[in-house]
Design a protein around this ligand. Structure first.
Ligand SMILES: O=P(O)(O)OC[C@@H](O)[C@@H](O)c1c[nH]c2ccccc12
Length: 267
């Protein structure tokens, strides 16, 4: 079993304990509150330069412990002050050390602040119930890992997100997954530079796959972005935004790094 399969098996088991059907009326009710949530897709289009999605990630299977962080909102404050365009909050506990509570804390912090910053619930989605949880916790976007799901599994999750007024970030790692994603009428696609089965990271994935994605879709390069040079490569192949976790979690001054990424020339 590869790592992603192990994580997905755990997710399905974990959610089975709280499983219940999700009614359309419930999603519609959440959809009516959607205006109060900052818009995710919109935040990722900057005039020139790269938008930055800053991720809160305490640990990971590939990196181990990254940062001891009693309160997720502490890191959110750093990212907020550093000018992040959006945040990604890992809510998987077993493998990434996050919780749904982290997402609640971060969106609470943001709604008390002056500038709206949309949040992505970063987790392994298997059922629309997780979309409900994300919306209730104030997220503006959910993640759909194309490799981990069949098209029949993707459809209800994507539809639930649309009704509840959330954007969906489709994550891909090969050509076939890009093609599958395009049949789902996506607004945002992220190329994960990290192979989730083996946890090797290579920017070449963005260079190969981003040019396959039509320009009217928001294109994100995810993972393994540490140096300005990495962000340059992402920008050069057409990325609108980068999703950065480890480098920003470890950075003493996230503001410096984010401003370097923001200033990377458009191509
Ligand atoms: O820490 P990095 O290398 O900057 O990567 C961030 C993000 O892309 C990565 O955490 C990620 C991308 N896709 C995922 C899916 C699940 C969990 C985590 C991820």
């Amino acid at each position: 079993m590869d790592k992603l399969e192990e994580i997905m098996a755990h997710k399905r088991e974990e959610i089975s304990n709280r499983m219940r059907p999700v009614r359309e009326s419930e999603l519609e009710r959440l959809g009516r509150l959607a205006d109060q949530r900052p818009a995710f897709a919109k935040s990722l289009k900057r005039d020139g330069g790269l938008a930055v999605i800053a991720e809160i990630k305490r640990k990971s299977p590939s990196a181990g412990e990254i940062k001891i962080l009693p309160e997720a909102a502490e890191q959110a404050r750093l990212y907020y002050n550093a000018g992040a365009d959006a945040m990604s909050i890992l809510t998987d506990e077993k493998f990434f050390g996050g919780t749904l509570r982290d997402l609640w804390e971060v969106t609470d912090f943001i709604s008390d602040a002056k500038r709206d910053i949309p949040c992505l619930r970063k987790d392994f989605m298997v059922h629309p119930l997780q979309v409900v949880e994300a919306a209730e916790a104030g997220a503006s976007c959910i993640l759909i890992i194309v490799r981990a799901l069949t098209d029949d599994e993707i459809r209800p999750i994507h539809e639930a997100a649309q009704i509840a007024g959330l954007d969906a970030l489709f994550e891909v790692h090969n050509e076939k997954e890009v093609e599958r994603t395009l049949t789902h009428d996506p607004k945002i696609i992220g190329v994960n530079n990290r192979d989730l089965a083996r946890f090797k990271t290579d920017l070449e994935f963005s260079e190969r796959l981003i040019p396959m994605i039509p320009k009217d879709i928001i294109r994100i390069s995810e993972s393994g972005i540490f140096e300005p040079e990495d962000a340059h490569r992402a920008r050069a192949c057409g990325a609108d935004a980068v999703l950065v976790g480890e480098a920003l979690m470890r950075a003493e001054n996230p503001e410096e790094l984010i401003s370097v990424f923001h200033d990377i020339d458009s191509v």
